[in-house]
Design a protein around this ligand. Sequence first.
Ligand code: AHG
Ligand code: MN
Ligand code: MN
Length: 330
Amino acid sequence: MDQSGSSTSNLFSLQSHILSEETLHPGASGDFSWIISAISLAGKAIADRVRRARLENVLGDQGATNVQGESQQRMDVIANDILMRCLGSRASIAVLASEEDEEPTIMRRGTEGGKYCVLFDPLDGSSTLDTNGAVGTIFTILRNDPMIESAERTVCQPGRKQIAAGYILYGPSTAFVITTGSGVDLFELNPNIGSFILVKKGMRIPPTKRVYSVNEAYSSSFPDGYQEYLKWAHANYYSSRYIGSLCADVHRILINGGVFLYPPTTSHPDGKLRLLYEANPMAMIMEQAGGMSICGTTPTLDVQPKKLHERVPLVLGSSDEVKAVMRHLS
Ligand code: AHG
Ligand code: MN
Ligand code: MN
């Protein structure tokens, strides 16, 4: 088994892998597998549209700004619509919440069978699409809390409560990375048969790797601790890799190791990345693969979300590398 998990000779699709895992949970109703199947279908449909976006002339701005105050890309809207149409038909879904939508969508109450909440960043890194950059879809699944009336309060659960999280990376290949709380597994889409095929089980992040990933253009506005860390990294011959697409930067770290930082900046004093749709799912992936994720000096998964579109400062990656950042923050 190489560092980043064991390769498997048997042919497992995402579908068969999730169903086989389900048999480990007696009494599982199949609802959860049904939701993963909807996310898998949406991933294939989004991959198809992303790869033809320039040909279909759907790149660029939608001409609107989203609730994040950012100019919405046309592909953001297309990806969001595909996810809503794939997930909306799943009878166990209580709430859908998207980075692109101001409010969550209540599909059905607990009393009507609504068991799960699905949150997603439909297209992450979408501003790099025009230059054929890698983009992704980030998703996370929470249990519905039928006692809480407000949809926003229902989804504002600490990341530790996530029952599954992952991302689909639309790069040279379409990779599907998921954890359901017992390790991180990697699937790759075989477009010839239309299936995500299991290629690595139990991925582990190397504990050390002298590569940091940060937008250095903003470094003069970082709080001192982050600037001290960067000075230390420069003095210790670190290399730098930054794609500006969270899924792509995280995937590189999951496979090779390293550390990603998005500190507070002048334009984003609380950090730019969204706690519910970006930080929490990626933090679960990191921890499940033996890495770490912090917001300030608090483990990301322990942060209690206060509002739906809350932004946080984020440092994640190899455990020793995150600890090196922490030493400069405290
Ligand atoms: P999104 O496209 O969903 O808005 O996310 C973009 C995010 C994230 O993907 C990336 O890590 C970060 O923006 C890059 O921000 P900067 O361009 O400010 O470096
Ligand atoms: Mn994003
Ligand atoms: Mn996005």
